[in-house]
Ligand binder design. Structure first.
Ligand code: SF4
Length: 308
């Protein structure tokens, strides 16, 4: 049982590559600002994920507070740029997972579990002991410590990492994480070792495997090209969700490139590039000139989405 070993990491935190080495059990805070507690914003049935994850009854999404990346353009910035939220016990979170299953969700999917992994895994074990059978989806930003990912072997059914940056300079500029490409590559290699380089489905619903997400940033196509090359080098078979939904958030509204949406032409260039690399398991999106962003001040963040 690896839970005690995982919990020990809170004492000198290396849960992510920032390696803040703070003792979170004593109230010391690192980059993510999170204590050694579970802090969430909300949990809901989410129909906006990739079709095998949302299925017909929704993904069981648990939106956790804060993040270890802090991307300037994050569309979930209302919850990812703050460590405020509801503090839950391990038992409470296990109940949240069981309630999502009871309501029909096809899986349970904590979003950005990285800084809260040890306690989430303890909840998962508890929930499974109490009858949780739906797949557990690890939906993370890709800025992972490969040694921690190695400790999750056997516990995660589906990995859903981002591969945000192929270029160190973009990772530095937008997330202050110049070592992102290296850590994402090593972590995803480990994920693939555990669950394979494909997505297994049952009646169209994901049961095991991996999908890598990449959000195409406007005017930063070299970053996308390099990210896709790196993914291809891990395995061209990995399903890739190439996202076109970039929406400028307040912090970047005046940025010369990130202050606008992605054009159809840019997106088409990137899908063509992925296919030319041999990445054929592609999830693609429409490019719309009108986007909505979730509003986490609303009771249903995806119900009454605010235009931005
Ligand atoms: S999880 Fe938070 S405290 Fe731990 S290393 Fe990462 S940013 Fe630092």
């Amino acid at each position: 049982m690896l839970i005690p070993e995982l919990l020990e990491i809170y004492r000198s935190c290396t849960l992510c590559p920032r390696a803040c080495l703070v003792d979170r059990t004593k109230g010391e805070l690192g980059f993510c600002g999170l204590p050694a507690d579970i802090v969430i914003d909300c949990a809901l049935s989410h129909h906006g994920e990739e079709p095998p994850l949302s299925g017909t009854r929704g993904a069981g999404t648990i939106f956790l507070s804060s993040c270890n990346l802090g991307c300037t353009y994050c569309q979930n910035y209302q919850i990812s740029h703050t460590a405020q939220g509801q503090r839950l016990s391990v038992l409470d979170l296990a109940k949240v997972m069981l309630d999502l299953q009871k309501s029909g969700c096809h899986n349970v999917e904590p979003v950005t579990p990285t800084p809260q992994t040890p306690l989430i895994m303890e909840s998962l074990c508890m929930a499974r002991a109490q009858g949780l059978t739906v797949p557990f989806v690890y939906n993370c930003g890709g800025y992972e410590n490969p040694d921690v990912i190695r400790m999750l072997d056997g516990m995660v059914d589906i990995y859903l990492p981002d591969f945000k940056y192929g270029l160190e300079k973009d990772a530095l500029e937008f997330s202050d994480a110049p070592d992102y490409p290296r850590y994402a590559t090593d972590s995803i290699r480990e994920m693939v070792r555990q669950v394979g380089d494909d997505l297994e489905t049952d009646n169209g619903v994901a049961s095991r495997g991996i999908i890598i997400r990449h959000l195409v940033l406007p005017g930063r196509l070299d970053n996308t090209r390099e990210a896709l090359r790196r993914i291809r080098d891990i395995s061209p078979n990995i399903p890739v969700s190439l996202m076109s939904q970039y929406t400028p958030m307040p912090k970047v509204r005046n940025h010369p490139q990130l202050g606008r949406r992605l054009s159809q032409r840019e997106y088409r260039q990137m899908t063509d590039f992925a296919l030319a690399l041999g990445i054929e398991n592609l999830f693609v999106q429409e490019v719309s000139s009108f986007h909505l962003a979730p509003d986490f001040d609303d009771k249903d963040p995806f119900g009454g989405n605010r235009p931005v």
